[in-house]
Design a protein around this ligand. Sequence first.
Ligand code: FB9
Length: 499
Amino acid sequence: MVVSQENNWEHNEVVGALRSLEALEMVALESKDIERWKVSEEGREYARNGLPEIQVLNVVRSTDGCTSETLNDKLGALAKIGMGAAMKAGLVRMDKASNTIVVGDNAKSDSSYSLSDALATVSSLAEKESADVIEAKVSKSMLDDLKKRKLVNKVKIVYYIVSRGVQFSTEIQKSETTLTVDMVQKSNLWKSVSFKKYNLNALGADITGGSLHPLMKVRTEIRNILMNMGFEEMPTNRYMESSFWNFDSLFQPQQHPARDAHDTFFIESPAQANEIPSDYLERVKAMHEVGGAGSIGWRYDWSEEESRKNILRTHTTAVSARVLYEIGQEYKKTGSFRPRKCFSIDRVFRNESLDATHLAEFHQVEGFVVDYGLNLGNLIGEIKEFFRRMGMEQLSFKPAYNPYTEPSMEIFAFHPGLGKRIEIGNSGIFRPEMLAPMGFPENVSVIAWGLSVERPTMIKYGISNIRDLFGHKMDVTSLKYSPLCWFNESRDEDMVANE
Ligand code: FB9
């Protein structure tokens, strides 16, 4: 501290240099700390020119019929600060008869203003005496008043007693950091140079590089849960899809509101899909127009042109439709098929109004089981097991409507962390009007359910605004510190059970 003052050096720079010399063992440092009172810039101004209330008193004393305007003219901004303090201290008062400011009862010409004395004492001693010396001369109440008005404050100053180190020298001999071949074989320098000691306390360099997005951590956890339940992943590498696979193959009528532009993104180019199996297209057309497999259909003139319109897929059920069509074809060819449990997790796009929890896209999870004679009980069982592994128990089911499933159910669960029941997904049994054109017989059924990745991620990571999770405004650096995602401590048991 003294060194930095005497040489007008920055205290922290002096400390840095001392630390470097200590590392070279050229100096030894004994750390000390001391409490001091420091006077603020405002405090120093008042110590020079008088506290605002004293300046107000002086103006009032020297002005007959002093008014607020007089004070403002003479003291500017100080008038307001000073007037309040001067009134409070009884140095001045308002004379109602003349409506002017006059000298108060506490302003006796021979008495000094104790707060001014206190400020003067602190200002004269602060730079050279420790806090306890000042506190012996100035009362606590005065110091508290000055501190409250931010004119002084108490600080702890760390300083060092510096003495010569074992390697003291008036020159800094550059310590080598690397032992080279030359030093050993050619010049024998290794005998005379000094080597820098390893600083084993030094922190390692921050490891840069990428880090996984919370959505991807949750997607991986959900993928592992489904694979441990025997589900195989479907190919989802098709953001652009035809309306045919996204809607028509699911028996969703062409007049359905979800199919128009305010809910769906239509592709301008290429606008039309070409590769739709023609025989399958005809069977889908017939199912919409006149029905079949016990259904009376939707009874409207189905448009092939409408079905060929390219869109951004609105759900990964379009992926399920393509996979189920291939399985149905297997049945048509061989008269049997291998029952399967399939899932998909990928981005879907909806032309919806944005808000704190909805963007125009989200990651959908969908699982289905195709087998002979599946029923609602099987569906509820799969859903309960899946969400149990996500740490959700106490599920409940509410009848709902989907264009391509009947019956359909919304899924709810009590979330222990949130302490309330929340919606966790949707589900249903694919309609026969969807399965028959694919080639499935009546005794084959498909149970399915869906959820998003965003909602569990936002709950898991405590994120309330989806823009903090996904999109150009999210704080990417926060990714480095987001923890791994485990939904259910009993996951290890599940892993062992399924191995
Ligand atoms: O994910 C949703 N909620 C959810 C899921 C998991 C979860 O985990 C807990 C922390 C551990 C917490 C919450 N939902 C579905 C419910 C709501 O968030 C809902 O408001 C938003 N939904 C999306 C659709 O919004 C337009 C979530 C998304 C969703 C909804 C339905 C399906 C898929 C995704 C479906 C389906 C389906 C139905 C029948 C057959 C096949 C697929």
